[in-house]
Write a protein that binds this ligand. Sequence first.
Ligand SMILES: Nc1ncnc2c1ncn2[C@@H]1O[C@H](COP(=O)(O)OP(=O)(O)OP(=O)(O)O)[C@@H](O)[C@H]1O
Ligand SMILES: [Mg+2]
Length: 334
Amino acid sequence: MTSPALTGADAAASALPASALPASTLFASENADGAAAARRAASRRAEPASAGLGFPTNTGAGEGADAAAPARTSTAELRQALPLVTVRDLSVAYDATTVLDGVDLDLFPGEMVALLGASGSGKSTLMRSLTGFAPISAGSVRVAGHDVTNLARGELRTLRSDVGQVFQQFNLIPRLSVMTNVLAGGLHGAGAINLVGGFSSAHRRRALELLDRVGIAHKANAPARSLSGGQQQRVAIARALMQQPKVILADEPVASLDPKLADSVLELLREIATEDGIPVLVSLHVLPLALAHSDRIIGLRHGRKLIAGATSQLDAAALSPLYDDEEHDDDAHH
Ligand SMILES: Nc1ncnc2c1ncn2[C@@H]1O[C@H](COP(=O)(O)OP(=O)(O)OP(=O)(O)O)[C@@H](O)[C@H]1O
Ligand SMILES: [Mg+2]
């Protein structure tokens, strides 16, 4: 173990009753740290449930919930939070090669968690495990009520509609309008028939609300390919929200963007986590971005979790064991 201070804090936090710990320590615990965000999520849930159709963009709900200065919470509230994702002792193997080895992860409502690690350390594989795309050889994975290792017939589709995904390359359909791309996000649950029958006006209204929320309603009718990278990623985020996800996974969502756009896209994701109570797991390669835009950091190395802690307790030096020595985990990527 290269980082005893961090893993030690984790161990201490889980060995003690939560009430015995200061909040800063709790945030370093895998089981309790996500709950800062849960408090914010709880306050969000207390609002009228207008959220069924779209998210109000101009209510006072977001005021004071400035993502730059999220309010922390009491230990009692922390312990009330139920994780939306619970991964225990997860191992993934491709043929004879173990890619993830005994990984634990909890994601709580409302938190933004940065996933770090050298190329090949297993970040994308961990994300794929959450949507049933990785060969799980041991352990348990629960996502939004689904037991991913033991899905009922037809449940895979529900699982995937509960998980919004954002990718490095945006994955929009370039020739279609921004609006249509966002509407496509709602097709998960509706089935292909909607492609034929068109989209309902309620869906269109909601798509427009989401485009407004991500700041590009004025581009609704433009072909996706005519937008800048930062704008396209905002469309992709709106598309993910269209499916009313319970969890968002963003695999290197800003790797193709310049630093300023990267900041703004990550802030948008964090705002969504905060305001909607949706946990966002975001893999990143740029440490300052992770330190600036997450509540918590998980660091993988050679498929094992090496670091887990509150972002406020970490800095570049603490994260360096993820990257130092030899070459990258998988130098085929470089
Ligand atoms: N489908 C697959 N078949 C065989 N090996 C795989 C497969 N997918 C991933 N791997 C291996 O698993 C390891 C982890 O890959 P993964 O893509 O999860 O890393 P990563 O941390 O996301 O890397 P990067 O930062 O480059 O995106 C790598 O060694 C990779 O070669
Ligand atoms: Mg990857």
